[in-house]
Write a protein that binds this ligand. Structure first.
Ligand SMILES: [Zn+2]
Length: 320
């Protein structure tokens, strides 16, 4: 989920059950004016490109065999994404495969138009399950969003439990499942020939990350994923985050350091039998407040860690 995708729903749901939450910007997939969105293409390395518009970053392998993309933002942007890919000028061949990093709508919203134009969508088993069922996303606390069951055409045709490899454009593009990080269905995508990795939302640049505890995410799993990836890639790998600017392993390391330090102070407070309210009153995460963002603020990240460590996925109220 991205900032823009989530804010309206947070406001609406918070207004229902948690009192008014003041947020700086209100927009959502439903009311966002996608006509204003431009797709920016950056060359990452070799034949790998990054596309940014609205929603999650897209990685694209563009070459003689055609195109493979990782994530597809929102449905209304599909035509613009297609023409941006053509504009690279390397191939007229189609997008043959779309790999989803996870089920959230700002990464899978384009599945229907891409599938309708002939692409095959690939994702981890849990992505298909969660798209098919719909349900609640959230941090187990003040952030909650309802997702409707997706159209059949949005469902990945090929799913995998642990990993899958797409052999195209002279590269073994590998999607590997990392359980219980941002969600329970996260895949991180490796482009080994070009020395690029797409992290999905296990690594983001908007500050404290959103961890979808309600969909099986945990801060512990996110840390484990990021630490494991660091052992599997060269030191100079180019890192495409789920959201934000192209990054490197130093950026990943400072992010993981923050995750580990904040988790440790919450664990210590839990060991001292403090309640979530006490932790909030003591401003436990104040030393890391530079990570507080428009999307996930310090209190919301404290809730996220608390709920990750205690296994509380939230007592969900059914809305409408
Ligand atoms: Zn997400």
């Amino acid at each position: 989920m991205s900032i823009s995708h989530i804010l309206l729903r947070v406001v609406v749901l918070a207004g229902v059950s948690f009192g008014l939450v003041v947020l700086p910007r209100v927009s959502s997939a439903q009311n966002q004016d996608f006509s204003k969105v431009e797709i920016k293409v950056s060359k990452v390395s070799g034949n790998i490109y990054m596309l940014q518009g609205a929603g999650g970053n897209i990685a694209a392998s563009v070459g003689e065999d055609g195109i493979v993309i990782v994530d597809d933002q929102f449905a209304p942007l599909a035509d613009k994404i297609q023409s941006a890919l053509k504009g690279i000028g390397v191939t007229d061949k189609p997008v043959r495969f779309v790999i989803n990093t996870h089920y959230h709508g700002d990464h899978t919203g384009g599945n229907v138009p891409f599938a309708n134009s002939g692409s095959t969508v690939i994702a981890q088993d849990n992505v298909r399950k969660r798209l098919a069922s719909g349900g609640t996303a959230g941090n187990g606390g003040s952030i909650k969003m309802e997702a409707k069951p997706a159209d059949k055409a949005a469902l990945p045709i090929i799913t995998f439990e642990h990993d899958v490899t797409v052999h195209l454009n002279g590269e073994d593009i590998r999607a590997l499942h990392f359980p219980a990080g941002h969600t329970d269905g996260d895949a991180i995508i490796f482009f080994p020939k070009n020395n690029v990795v797409h992290m999905g939302d296990d690594f983001v640049r908007y500050g404290f990350p959103f961890i979808d505890v309600a969909s099986g995410g945990t801060v512990q799993g996110m840390i484990a994923a990021m630490e494991k990836v660091q052992t599997q890639v060269p030191a100079d790998v180019k890192v495409i985050p789920g959201h934000g600017a192209l990054s490197n392993l130093d950026d990943v390391r400072s992010y993981v350091k923050m995750l580990k330090e904040t988790m440790a102070v919450v664990q210590k407070a839990l060991d001292e039998h403090k309640t979530l309210e006490q932790m909030k009153q003591e401003k436990l995460l104040d030393p890391w407040k530079k990570w507080s963002g428009d999307f996930i603020n310090t209190d919301q990240f404290l809730e996220t860690i608390y709920n990750s460590l205690t296994g509380n996925k939230g007592a969900f109220v059914k809305h409408n």
